[in-house]
Design a protein around this ligand. Structure first.
Ligand code: GUN
Ligand code: ZN
Length: 447
């Protein structure tokens, strides 16, 4: 066991309502192994209440520091690290001119491995301890990212990008050499093999990953839905309703479905543990479909602002009651930093010309990138408690140590914060990787 004395930020259980932050200025966090050897939170609370009970436990004193849950990135593209900051007139030209050419490079084992190391370093430097990530259509990229995450004990979910049309030929899923199985069928067999190899290994999970409906045939989406039905505990990830031209294209290709989103439902790809990036241009029937199927949105505000895609309608989502959390969407997104993402989410919430504008509280923003995003992923213990994105007893001990004095301006601003909301907002608005002094990962299963 090990204890940390510091200021502590975490969230009340979901049953007490969303986004209720708890804060102890002088707190104690105690971590120790669970029955499998994974480090989990044993106790959290005020130093005064807990110090006697844990007097024998070695304690690290982190004066002036804030310990908070590790961030959860609900949608990020590992092969798009080099694509950050590539300007285009919109999503489709951006894919064609920058993203697809870069993703072709991941056919190489060496390039995939080097990129995976850099990517995981960057997540951890920014305080991200759980990610639902896209790889490319090459198994090499999936194996490289899983291997690196396993080596570092990161909780990571990824999968083979399914794409059997409308992309450059060498980026489409390929048939196996000498096999009579076609590329579409092979992509599903490869997904199945990757599930068997990686899903549930330590902290790794598999996501069935059709890139988006326009780059899959009916047969591939149908197969992906069948795979999802056979493996109820794997995740599903894709993109939807991001950009007007994308939507028009998806409607042309799948006219039989009621809407672009409904296309996924029609192929059996909407359920709990299905996470759709963007979800911007929805009507109320789409929102109801999200709620009724249990699917969730990965809100990707820096990406949506950078690519000019639009503004996620928070009030609409809450009115319907579907779940969502925050995501960087690197490389459409412009930053790995959860602080940049939370600030962009605030701007997106404020926007009031295309939908109702509102002012998200700093507790809501922080929750959407930690416990709220953890709830979306649905990693739960035997008692049904979410294990990721929070520091309640039993949660996996993934956390960040924040230094609110990290820059002169942060030090000046946080020192005059008169409330928890003011403190959190100061960090959201002024923070970046410099604020994250240390990222601690719950070691155990894979070591
Ligand atoms: N839609 C299909 N592929 C992508 C992608 O790589 N990034 C984003 N932002 N949208 C997509
Ligand atoms: Zn994306």
């Amino acid at each position: 066991m090990k204890a940390y004395r510091a200021s502590l930020l975490w969230f009340a259980p979901h049953s007490e309502g969303p986004a209720k932050a708890l804060f102890e200025k002088d707190g104690l966090l105690v971590v120790g192994p669970d029955s499998t050897g994974l480090q989990v939170v044993q106790a959290i609370g005020s130093w005064r209440a807990l110090s006697e009970r844990f007097a024998q436990v070695p304690t690290e004193h982190l004066l002036g520091r804030i310990i908070a849950p590790g961030f959860v990135d609900l949608h990020v593209h590992f092969p798009q690290t080099n694509v950050i900051g590539s300007p285009a007139s919109g999503l489709l030209p951006w894919l064609e001119n920058y993203t697809f050419p870069e993703e072709k490079r991941f056919a190489s084992n060496e390039y995939s491995a080097e990129s995976a190391t850099f990517f995981v370093d960057e997540l951890l430097r920014n305080g991200v301890t759980t990610a639902l990530a896209f790889a490319t259509s090459h198994s090499t990229s999936v194996n490289a990212l899983f291997s690196e995450a396993q080596r570092r004990s990161l909780r990571l979910i990824t999968g083979l990008c399914l794409m059997d049309r409308h992309a450059p030929a060498d980026l489409l899923n390929q048939p196996a050499s000498g096999s009579r199985v076609d590329a579409t069928e092979q992509s599903l067999l490869d997904s199945e093999a990757l599930i068997q190899r990686w899903h549930g290994q330590g902290r790794l999970g598999y996501a069935i990953t059709p890139r988006f409906a326009p780059t899959s045939t009916d047969a591939q989406l149908r197969g992906a839905g069948e795979l999802a039905a056979r493996h109820g505990d794997v995740w599903i990830q894709s993109h939807v309703a991001e950009n007007k031209d994308e939507i028009a294209w998806a409607r042309e290709l799948f006219p039989q479905s009621r809407s672009y989103l409904a296309t996924y439902a029609d192929f059996g790809l909407m359920r709990k543990r299905a996470v759709y990036a963007h979800c911007i241009h929805f009507d109320d029937d789409d929102r109801a479909l999200m709620r009724d199927t249990g699917a969730s949105a990965a809100v990707s505000p820096t990406s949506n602002l950078f690519l000019g895609s639009g503004f996620f309608d928070y009030a609409g989502a809450d009115r319907a009651g579907f779940t969502y959390g925050l995501a960087s969407d690197v490389g459409g997104g412009t930053s790995f930093s959860p602080f940049h993402t939370m600030l962009a989410a605030y701007y997106v919430g404020r926007e009031g010309q295309t939908k109702q504008g509102l002012s998200l509280s700093p507790q809501q923003l922080w929750w959407q990138h930690t416990a709220g995003a953890g709830a979306v992923l649905g990693v739960k213990g035997a008692d049904g408690q979410a294990l990721v994105g929070n520091l309640l007893p039993g949660c996996e001990a993934d956390f960040v140590v924040l230094n609110p004095q990290a820059t002169p301006l942060l030090a000046r601003k946080t020192s005059v914060a008169a409330s928890l909301d003011e403190l959190l907002f100061s960090m959201i608005v002024l923070g970046d990787d410099r604020l994250v002094e240390r990222t601690v990962i719950s070691q155990g299963l894979s070591s």
